[in-house]
Design a protein. Structure first.
Ligand code: FE2
Length: 284
């Protein structure tokens, strides 16, 4: 093993999200799937919706299709209702996660379950492996109380998927994915040894976080997405009074990615077919 493989991960690149309006006019911070950052294999989209102003979220995401991906909705705070073309539905409340496998195709709508107050959450899209693009759709509703929260000193780690210090998140995934929400005060440090061969991301949602150690450390302010470089250990230290970040690790699929709106497939022909199936009423 070379020295570089033993080291603490540094930051390869930092990106800020951009404001977009999607759905029927929801104001979003688009972090992945922007002109700056198309994707980080296997993550093909990351949106943050976070506002105290109902005008930013009230119109929601009326009926629309998906194929070839999983959509993972994490409600930090607030309520969203969902309904789908197969008769499924439910409400996501603070701390809940909906892990939806769109597979061969589903239509759904995602509408706010509140008309005032603050709304804060994330939607992440994972591209499905070529062999699983056309699987039957499925939902996993993960209630807040089913999501383990590990406290290590002053560091709190909410484990949506993957393993942290012996605790395992409840989401079933098609390939290894870790998804944590980490909260830590000033000076407290998160240490993690992820599985090798994964792509690692840190999105700072609160305060600021110092990634890496010694000369290789970089401070990432709130709103920054850090793509980490290769290493075997992730160090993240709180840089202000109250700090928090999403930690994502995913096994890259190394397959071609073709996107078309709500569809992510491997070729442009498959995107064309998805639109055809949608307009022909065969996608649900
Ligand atoms: Fe959707």
């Amino acid at each position: 093993m070379t020295a570089s493989k033993q080291r603490v991960c540094g930051v390869k690149r930092t990106i800020e999200g951009m404001t977009v309006h999607d759905g029927a006019g929801v104001r979003l911070n688009r972090i992945i799937a922007s002109p700056q950052l198309n994707h980080v294999d296997p993550f093909v989209l990351l949106d943050e919706f976070r506002s105290d102003d109902p005008n930013d979220y009230i119109k929601g995401f009326p009926w629309h299709p998906h194929r070839g991906i999983e959509t993972v909705t994490y409600m930090v705070h607030g309520r969203f209702k969902h309904e789908d073309s197969r008769g499924g539905g439910g409400t996501l409340s603070s701390g809940d996660v909906q892990w939806m496998t769109a597979g061969k195709g589903i239509l759904h709508q995602e509408m706010p379950g509140q008309t005032d107050g603050s709304m804060w959450g994330y939607q992440l899209w994972l591209t499905l492996p070529k062999a699983d693009k056309m699987v039957e759709p499925r939902y996993q509703h993960l209630s807040s109380e089913d999501i383990p929260v590990v406290n290590e000193g002053d560091v709190e780690v909410r484990i949506i998927s993957g393993e942290f210090n012996g605790s395992i998140g409840p989401a079933q995934t098609w390939f290894p994915i870790s998804y944590f929400d980490v909260r830590l005060p000033d000076g407290a440090a998160f240490h993690h040894h992820p599985k090798p061969g994964m792509n690692f991301l840190v999105y700072v949602h609160t305060g600021s976080v110092v990634i890496g150690s010694g000369d290789g450390a970089s401070e990432i302010p709130m709103g920054g997405l850090a793509i980490l470089d290769d290493g075997i250990e992730v160090h993240a230290t709180g840089g202000s009074e109250k700090n928090g970040f999403l930690f994502l690790a995913g096994k890259p699929l190394n397959e071609p990615i073709a996107r078309g709106g709500p569809f992510v497939m491997n070729t442009p022909e498959e995107i064309e077919q998805a639109w055809k199936d949608f307009y022909d009423g065969n996608l649900f």
